[in-house]
Structure formats: structure tokens, C-alpha cells
Write a protein that binds this ligand. Structure first.
Ligand code: CP
Length: 323
């Protein structure tokens, strides 16, 4: 029977699809983060683990990926499980012959215990979860919709630094309209009190009004700004993103706005502070100068990336009922 609703986690991860940050309550995050710490210990110390012994996870990615694909693949292997990996099914599976999403998902569910899917359409992961009646489905990014496991690792990274997820002041820069990692991150921060985000983007790349009002209604304070000069100097984190070329129909429009906001050493010196962290979901295509990479506040190529594998190890162990 098809699964029809997006289920709240409510302390029980086993068998649940992971489609949206809407599913998580603060207690679910606490549980996940606690296990993520243990997973970090397993991976960091190269401790052999058999937690996913006997499990097979299918990774099917209709859009390109380095981190999400690589870290899910590594996460399964760190825990002694195995993967079926299909990148670009449009070329390397029977999708090339016209196979539907429904049929593809039904076929791979027969081979594995969980499916991780990235797809270019908003809502595709939910559709896949409806088709896969017997195994959980994880949304690894659905078009401009959500990227819940990225937000989980982002929230974990913020929590690791500040030991809280409330009372935070953040600056989000770049493509806020199309950035699915941003949408999920905002949903996550909405769960906690007294969070404020300054949103810095070209006018054409702001949140839709519907999303802006929806998030505000959930309790987060959002302040849209148009210039670097409006960045508050006491932010806890900056979360920078690339302008998503693949979402533009007219490349001339992309050229007008790409790299409008670049984090330079000067910008960080003028508007940053010593305690903040600088995050980016990656890939970056010029919007953070590479000479910032060695700044201790820059976590994007360090803890933020590594946390992606740890959080996915924890999530898989929980939804497969192995812990
Ligand atoms: N952050 C992220 O989703 O990166 P990839 O597209 O490389 O998976």
C-alpha cells in the first residue's frame, strides 16, 4: 500500500522516509545528534563497525553530486553495509529507454533496504516514497525544494560550535530562491526560539512571498537585505551559497546576478567577528575567495563536510532500525 503522508519522526526513526525538515522536532534532532557523535568516533578512529551488516542501500541520483552521493556511499560502508549506486540514471539505467520514476523505484526497492534519491523535480522524493511501499526513502535534494540531510548536518555543525540551536543570529547569502539547502535550514531553525536570519541576495533571488510568510509564521525572524553594508557584525554564522545556474532558463539573467555577493577577506574583516563560523553547502563557484579557506572560521571544507558523513551514518542506522 502506498505511503501517503509525510510522517513526523516523533522519536521513532525506524522505517520512516526522510523527506523534509518538517518531520523533525527538537527531541528528534537531539537523538540524532547524540548518535552522530558516536558515529564520528567510529569513523574518526577507523573502528570497524557491523551496524549495517547485511543492509543494501540504493543511491539513485538524477542530478550531479559530490558530497551527498559520496558521503552517503561512505556512510553505508563505514557501517559495514553495501550500496547499489546509480549516478545519472538518465544515461546509465533504463530511464534512458523511457522507464518511469515509478517503475525505477519499484525495481530498486526489490534489491535493497533503503533508497536515497536526488531528483530535479520538487516533490519527486515524496513521489518516490509513495512508490516504494516497503523501504524508506531519503530525499537527497528535490529540485529547488528541500535537502533535509544537508540541513541536518548544517544544524549539527552549528550546534557543535555553539551548543545551542536557539537565540542564533545568522546571515544567509546567495541564491535564496533556489537554494534547497537554505529552505531546509530555515525550516530547521524555525523549530527553535529567538532565531534571526538576515537574507542577502539579489532581488530576483529572494524567497517567494509565500515561503517568506510561511517561515515567519513558524516563528523565525527574517530580514531581507540588499547590500553587504547591512550585514550585522555580531552574527553567529554566515551561510553562503552559489547562484544556481541550472535553475535559470535565461543564462543572461544568471550572468547578471552570479557572484553578486562574494565573501572576501575584506568583507569578513569588516563585517565578521572572531566567534562566528562561515558555512557553505558547496559546491562553490567563486562566491567565497579561496584565500579564506585557511581561516579557522571557515568550516565548509572541514567540519561541515565531515559532519555530512557522520550525520548520514546516524540517520541510516536509525531508519534501518539498527540502533
Ligand atoms: N551540498 C551538496 O548537496 O553538495 P552536492 O551537490 O555535491 O551533493
Amino acid at each position: 500500500m502506498a505511503k501517503s503522508l509525510i510522517n513526523s519522526i516523533n522519536g521513532k526513526f525506524k522505517g520512516k522516509d526522510i523527506l523534509s525538515l518538517d518531520q523533525f522536532a527538537p527531541l528528534d534532532l537531539k537523538m540524532l545528534f547524540s548518535l552522530t557523535k558516536k558515529m564520528k568516533n567510529i569513523a574518526f578512529n577507523a573502528k570497524p563497525s557491523r551496524i549495517l551488516d547485511g543492509n543494501i542501500v540504493t543511491l539513485i541520483f538524477y542530478e550531479p553530486s559530490s558530497r551527498t552521493f559520496g558521503s552517503f556511499s561512505a556512510a553505508v560502508k563505514q557501517l559495514g553495509g553495501q550500496t547499489v549506486e546509480i549516478q545519472n540514471p538518465q544515461s546509465f539505467s533504463s530511464v534512458a529507454k523511457g522507464e518511469t520514476l515509478s517503475d525505477t523505484i519499484r525495481v530498486f526497492e526489490a534489491y535493497c533496504d533503503a533508497i536515497v534519491i536526488r531528483h530535479f523535480e520538487v516533490g519527486s522524493a515524496k513521489k518516490a516514497s509513495d512508490y516504494a511501499s516497503s523501504v524508506p526513502v531519503i530525499n537527497a535534494g528535490d529540485g529547488t525544494g528541500e535537502h533535509p540531510t544537508q540541513a541536518l548536518l548544517d544544524l549539527y555543525t552549528i550546534h557543535e560550535k555553539f551548543n545551542r540551536l536557539d537565540n542564533l543570529l545568522g546571515v544567509v547569502g546567495g541564491d535564496i530562491l533556489n537554494g534547497r539547502t537554505i529552505h531546509s535550514l530555515i525550516k530547521g531553525l524555525c523549530k527553535f526560539k529567538k532565531n534571526t536570519l538576515f537574507l542577502l541576495s539579489p532581488k530576483t533571488l529572494r524567497l517567494t512571498r509565500a515561503d517568506f510568510l510561511y517561515f515567519q509564521d513558524k516563528g523565525i525572524k527574517l530580514i531581507e537585505i540588499q547590500s553587504e553594508k547591512e550585514i550585522p557584525k555580531n552574527a553567529d554564522f554566515w551561510y553562503w551559497t552559489r547562484v544556481q545556474k541550472e535553475r535559470f532558463h535565461d543564462l543572461k539573467e544568471y550572468e547578471k546576478v552570479k557572484n553578486r555577493f562574494i565573501v572576501t577577506k575584506k568583507l569578513l574583516k569588516d563585517y565578521g567577528n572572531k566567534k562566528m563560523i562561515l558555512m557553505h553547502p558547496l559546491p562553490r563557484v567563486g562566491e567565497i575567495d579561496i584565500d579564506i579557506d585557511r581561516d579557522p572560521r571557515a568550516v565548509y571544507l572541514g567540519p561541515q563536510t565531515r559532519n555530512g558523513m557522520y550525520i548520514r551514518m546516524a540517520l541510516l542506522a536509525l531508519i534501518l532500525g539498527k540502533v
